[in-house]
Write a protein that binds this ligand. Sequence first.
Ligand code: ATP
Length: 355
Amino acid sequence: MQGAEPILSLKAVRKMFGQHAAVDSIDLDIAEGEFFTIVGPSGSGKTTMLRMLAGMDTPTSGDILLKGARINDVPANKRPTCMVFQSLALFPHRTVGQNIEFPLKIRGEAPEKRKARALQLMDLLRLPQSHYAKNVMKCSGGERQRVALARALAYDPQILFFDEPLSAIDYKLRKTLEKELKDIHRETKKTFVYITHSLEEAMVMSDRIGVMRAGKLVQVGTPQEIYTTPNTRFVSEFVGDVNVMPVSLDSGGMLHAKGFGARFKPPNLPQGFREGHLVIRPEYIRFLSAAPEADNALPGRVYNEYALGSRIQYQVRVGDSVFLVEKLRQQPFSGQLDDEVFIGWDAADAILVTD
Ligand code: ATP
């Protein structure tokens, strides 16, 4: 993939609605075969971006290139791409087989060939072949989602676009389908471009993630990069529970934490850093038996605990602030609620962000 021409390129792409830039000067390259996910809160411009990529809308300015050719004005049905919708858009009175075969039928393929391909896609999507003649409305939500994906794959598109396809599905099934989708991506080797407001979903499936905020792409990176080195406070908080403290660099090279009357040893300093926020993930904070056991420490009181499946999260009050500390369930905090404790972290386990 490295060095090859990107399958999709955005050059300063902007979409205005009146005075409002829903998508604002986005530059992005997506590699062939990549699973790229765009995440962002509601209203950040994800749908607008995807609609332009899929040819359902045109940019106000900028260019969209498919393998180097400008496709700004090429309509959706003339592009070698296909959209998989959340609303499914299946033909309700048709069978599973008829739905999957639809793209093959309009292409004029013979019935036996269509059926063979539909059964092959059903296998790929783990749909029992006995469902071939079943009315699609008699299928479960998860099965219908698989039929929709099988139909999209029957078009044999170069790129599949996904518009929050799993958002209406219950948690357990969604978790299963996320993994299946990643498997299908591996098996088909197609380019997947996916939008979701759930970073957790993006983390599970994607090769790379682009985080959107107010029409701008604020960070692009692998799930690991987005998680461990968010470039702004916004991205760090979007990833999940974090501890965030406003800090400034003092003349002795230490971080002065406003509101705590404390000085901390800093992690790597971003170039030119003077002030910003120190971000520490709950799993990097430890309970200490004595303050010097970590580079940085604060005294606090254990206020509450929450079971999070394989982990337990503790709320520790430090002055008027609350810190979140997470431990693995098999290695819980050995004390009790209301205990006076020291919590601490090593400098290298924190991140400094300027925004
Ligand atoms: P959600 O997660 O809620 O679907 P989103 O990130 O997909 O949100 P968009 O639907 O792309 O966001 O909307 C981005 C911004 O553009 C919003 O402020 C929205 O109100 C505005 N917008 C979207 N479509 C139109 C339109 N057709 N006319 C005017 N404004 C629009």
